[in-house]
Ligand binder design. Structure first.
Ligand code: HEC
Length: 276
């Protein structure tokens, strides 16, 4: 992290991040305020456009990205995900049904029985282990391929996370607190980069907006040369903050995903995505 970024970051920070912490907010009011915040910040960018991440802030980056998406490098991974799905189809269909367009949009969800957030990847592995199959490894490989296949099958469906119960509101607030809390040696919060400084450069990287962060996962990153899950990305950003990452599918990351997906409600699912 260079000094310029640190200075830029400290300039752009608002006190809202700290003063809002540890209070309990109503998810829907909070989501609307956030959508309004981004609208005020960039009046010309439509809500739907946020599904395209940092590319929305630069015509040049957008053009590069669109040409990469013409022959997207993730197509083989989608095929591999489909093959893995078909191999254990009977098991998967028992858990998820057979309409492939409807599976991705159901997650993340708040499960009232366990009072926990369930992610798509978590549900895939629970389905497997309940049926006596081996769980896939988290973060990359087959789990990301199956997740990518399901995302691809539901492209165009909308994110629609429900947070009406007390438990779901608590999970939302915990995810939100995680997002706003400064951590690591640099005292950075997710919000510093992805809310207050989104659209600005951090070294060579344009900072993406938090709206739409979940729409296109799993992601094929040029850096990884493969698909990776959202929690893999969370781990990477935690490391960049010089803060110890949590485990994929930890309660912290599941609640964070719940919060991030909820604020993107109404946006189209466009996974898997391609990113730098
Ligand atoms: C120092 C600034 C910084 C901080 C703090 C930071 N990130 Fe990031 N993050 C980046 C950069 C740079 C990228 C790559 C460019 C982009 O997409 O924003 C990125 C990418 C991401 C992406 C992928 C976006 C996409 O379009 O695929 C997600 C999701 C994400 N960050 C979440 C988080 C979360 C959650 C936190 C807090 C735990 C966090 N980040 C903290 C800099 C940061």
């Amino acid at each position: 992290m260079n000094m310029k970024l640190l200075i830029a970051l400290s300039l752009g920070v608002s006190v809202a991040a700290t003063s809002a912490m540890a209070s309990t907010v109503d998810p829907e009011t909070d989501r609307q305020q956030l959508v309004d915040f981004f609208k005020a910040k960039n009046p010309k960018i439509s809500f739907e456009a946020y599904a395209n991440g940092a590319y929305i802030y630069s015509d040049e980056l957008m053009a590069q990205w669109e040409s990469a998406e013409e022959f997207p490098p993730y197509l083989d991974s989608i095929d591999a995900g489909e093959a893995a799905w078909n191999k254990d189809k009977a098991v998967f269909e028992k858990c998820f049904g057979s309409d492939l367009t409807k599976i991705r949009p159901k997650y993340p969800l708040f499960d009232e029985a366990t009072q926990q957030v369930v992610t798509l990847e978590g549900a895939i592995n629970k389905c497997r282990t309940d049926a006596g199959l081996e769980a896939y490894k988290w973060k990359k490989g087959t789990i990301a391929q199956v997740s990518g296949f399901l995302a691809y099958s539901s492209r165009g469906e909308k994110i629609n996370v429900v947070a009406l119960s007390e438990g779901a509101k608590k999970a939302y607030n915990e995810g939100r607190d995680f997002y706003l809390t400064p951590r690591g040696q640099l005292g950075l919060s997710c919000a510093k980069c992805h809310t207050y400084n989104s659209g600005r450069l951090a070294r060579a990287d344009m900072l993406s907006p938090q709206l739409g962060h979940t729409s296109h996962f799993p992601v094929f990153r040029a850096k990884w040369q493969e698909l990776g899950t959202l929690h893999r990305r969370y781990g990477g950003c935690n490391q960049n903050m010089r803060a110890t990452p949590f485990k994929a599918q930890s309660e912290e990351y599941r609640n964070l995903e719940f919060f991030q997906a909820y604020i993107s409600n109404g946006m189209e699912i466009n996974g898997p995505g391609y990113r730098k």
